[in-house]
Design a protein around this ligand. Structure first.
Ligand code: ADE
Length: 250
């Protein structure tokens, strides 16, 4: 996988991407990354990338020309044309399904806006416009890092243990992940559930599934609708939901 980012702060990416799992994945060739400075596609002495909005209003907008020209040039580089991703609070909500879809691409170019927004005509260049949540960031750089992180850990060889990307919240039939514990078995009066110490793998599997169902019903009931559940599991989840409601009204 090749990632590229177009930004007026191209230096912000490497401290994160060169560290830890992302750094190791990069060094072992799972992905490569290059950031480009949008100002390299300006033609004035001040390297201007923004301008005031037509119709008036607060703030500055990113001008179309530098972004169009950068994409003209960058699209011609390399063997395949990039999948172009923009960021905006107006975009499609980024989630695990979108991460899985992006993980199938060969080359992704992230366009990171700053200032109050981008000239609307620039979005005609986008293959995807993504939002990482209902809040407003000062720019798309953090959003690009969030997306890269979620995509990289899905790529073969990125995580030491190939299984760990699978058995997790949102991959495991749309449920939140079950609770996990390590030693000691008792800490500050809190005991690890007995069944996890039993060595009975079937019982452990059953406990984890119930625990995942319980947590999802309590914390993210919106996920239950699209989760893959048996009839019995669905009834159990509804029971959890009902008794949580009862608790709150007591
Ligand atoms: N740019 C500004 N806010 C954003 C958000 N919530 N998601 C993606 N890009 C953004």
């Amino acid at each position: 996988m090749r990632f590229e980012a177009l930004s007026v702060f191209p230096e912000v990416f490497s401290p994160y991407l060169d560290a830890s799992i992302m750094g190791r994945a990069q060094r072992s060739g799972v992905f490569s990354f290059e950031a480009y400075d949008l100002r390299d596609w300006t033609h004035d002495r001040h390297r201007t990338v923004d301008d005031a909005p037509f119709g008036g209003g607060q703030g500055m907008l990113m001008k179309p020309a530098p972004i169009f020209e950068a994409l003209d040039e960058l699209s011609l580089n390399g063997s395949s044309s990039p999948h172009v991703v923009f960021f905006s609070p107006c975009g499609q909500r980024f989630d695990q399904r979108v991460a899985e879809r992006l993980a199938t691409k060969e080359r992704i170019l992230f366009v990171c806006g700053r200032y109050e927004g981008i000239d609307e005509r620039v979005y005609t260049l986008a293959d995807d416009v993504l939002s990482i949540g209902d809040y407003v960031l000062t720019g798309g750089e953090l959003a690009a890092l969030v997306v890269m992180d979620a995509v990289v850990r899905l790529l073969p060889g990125a995580l030491g243990d190939e299984l760990s990307a699978v058995d997790e919240s949102f991959s495991s039939e749309g449920l939140l992940e079950y609770a996990q514990y390590t030693r000691p078995a008792s800490y500050r009066g809190m005991d690890v559930p007995e069944v996890l110490l039993s060595g009975d793998h079937a019982k452990v599997r059953e406990w984890r599934r119930r625990n995942a169902l319980e947590r999802t019903a309590l914390w993210r009931p919106d996920l239950l609708e699209s989760a893959r559940l048996t009839d019995e599991e669905r009834l159990f989840a509804q029971d959890v939901l009902r008794s949580d409601g009862d608790d709150r009204h007591e």
